[in-house]
Write a protein that binds this ligand. Structure first.
Ligand code: SF4
Ligand code: SF4
Length: 256
């Protein structure tokens, strides 16, 4: 592997809670040979519905199966999406020159690096809040050679991405409480994944039948708007709030 900055990697770096008004010194190097973008150092890189949608729109050059891994959450039976590491352990979006091919649209987890977010749900109000933790002295970006600059939490958390993470988490929690999910068949699981991750048009190559497909299956009125009229954010919201819950009902998931 050509990266020469791994000497700065500190996997034992401690994580400390960081508050909104606190600052820390860090600058992400323009090229760091993906020290934070390889399986060995990250293991699982989870993607929200919004992340998946942004990635699929950006990486039209490779197949969805080379980009995203969908696994069933053992506890809930709901699909979760992850970056699919390449055989050499690199992220499929990491270019040979050590840069990220989707930098402007990179997933939330990458956007907040070297922070990590812990999402908490208030049982009474149902509000989702985030605790951010800082992996201090984790990588090159903290060292004097990288000329670290003073940063605040705001620099790292993008409110739009954060809102969609919160939406997905609150919906999952709601579904888990509402349904006793039975083991889904492969086809049901595929349909639910497609609804949650807006994959249909990527799999079939047809960009205009997303709503028709689900409307027919769920026996709900067809939408007049074509797929490309929706923004990724709108589409994600519809997938989470409208189609995925109806899929769960359709699959015969029982109310608890
Ligand atoms: S976060 Fe750290 S390891 Fe990752 S590219 Fe930036 S400086 Fe390098
Ligand atoms: S999407 Fe970009 S920033 Fe995120 S792990 Fe892949 S190469 Fe790194």
């Amino acid at each position: 592997m050509p990266h020469n900055l791994s000497q700065y990697l500190n996997k034992q770096a401690t994580q400390t809670l960081i508050k909104e008004n606190e600052s820390f010194n860090f600058t992400c190097a323009e090229k760091c040979w993906g020290t934070c973008c390889i399986k060995e150092n990250v293991n699982l890189l989870q993607l929200s519905v919004y992340d998946v949608y942004k990635l699929l729109n950006k990486r039209t050059d490779i197949s969805i199966n080379s980009l995203i891994d969908i696994k069933i959450d053992e506890k809930t039976n709901l699909p979760k999406a992850f970056i699919k590491w390449k055989e050499n352990g690199w992220c499929p979006n990491l270019a040979d020159d050590g840069t990220c091919m989707v930098y402007d649209e990179r997933p939330f987890a990458c956007r907040i690096f070297p922070l990590s977010g812990e999402f908490m749900i208030n049982d009474e109000t149902k509000n989702v809040t985030v605790n951010y933790k800082l992996r201090e002295d984790f990588c090159y970006g903290f060292h004097k050679e990288a000329h670290p600059e003073e940063q605040t939490l705001k620099t790292f958390s993008d409110s739009n991405d954060e809102n969609f993470e919160k939406l997905e988490i609150s919906k999952r929690e709601e579904w888990v409480k509402k349904y006793n999910l039975e083991k889904l068949t492969n086809q049901q699981f595929l349909n639910l994944s497609q609804a949650m991750y807006c994959l249909k048009e990527k799999i079939t190559g047809k960009r205009d039948n997303f709503f028709d497909y689900y409307s027919k299956m769920l026996k709900i009125p067809q939408r007049s708007k074509r797929l490309e009229i929706f923004t990724p954010a709108e589409l994600t919201k519809i997938a989470l709030e409208e189609f995925a819950p109806r899929m769960l009902e359709k699959f015969g998931a029982h109310r608890a």
